[in-house]
Design a protein. Structure first.
Length: 161
């Protein structure tokens, strides 16, 4: 079953213009190249450097104190402002190079670089996987991790390092 024919597809995020997987992978490649993101960018202690590099490209990270973080989510993003919000706990994990934190961070970055904005839809057609902003952001995060050969989980991480 291909996503295009999956009529029962349930959207996780906003409905956005459909993006083919190849296009998202291409965006991932170009973003890494333009911003200068490589495997070492996510090594222990490198997060600060990465954050300042992202600033130069209009992507800002706002670290919120854990006790001020009321949201149930792990992180949140405002693509129109280029703002990623994370609780201090997640930022600490990112600084330690934890695979899960890296993936969450890349997912939020995906929402920004893929230009996600909720769309008003008058289309009759059922939404598809390729139009789901959450699927697109996940795909972007995985594309970057694969591109940089970053482990996707801690278990894999221990195995590799
Ligand atoms: Zn998301």
């Amino acid at each position: 079953m291909t996503p295009e024919t999956d009529e029962d597809y349930c959207m996780r995020g906003h409905r956005v213009p459909a993006l083919e997987p190849e296009l998202i992978s291409d965006v991932a490649y170009r973003v890494c190249k333009i911003i200068g993101i490589n495997k070492a960018s996510f090594k222990k202690g490198k997060a600060e450097k990465l954050v300042s590099r992202l600033e130069n490209h209009g992507i800002h990270l706002d670290v919120i104190e854990d006790d001020e973080w009321f949201d149930a989510t792990r992180a949140t993003v405002d693509p129109s402002k280029g703002m990623i919000y994370v609780p201090n706990k997640l930022y600490t994990e990112l600084c330690r190079g934890k695979a899960e934190a890296v993936r969450i961070f890349l997912h939020e970055m995906g929402h920004i670089v893929l230009g996600h904005r909720p769309l008003l839809h008058f289309a009759e057609a059922q939404a598809t996987l390729l139009e789901d902003s959450e699927w697109q952001a996940d795909y972007f995060a995985d594309a970057v991790m694969d591109l940089l050969k970053l482990p996707r989980s801690e278990a894999q991480m221990e195995f590799k390092f």
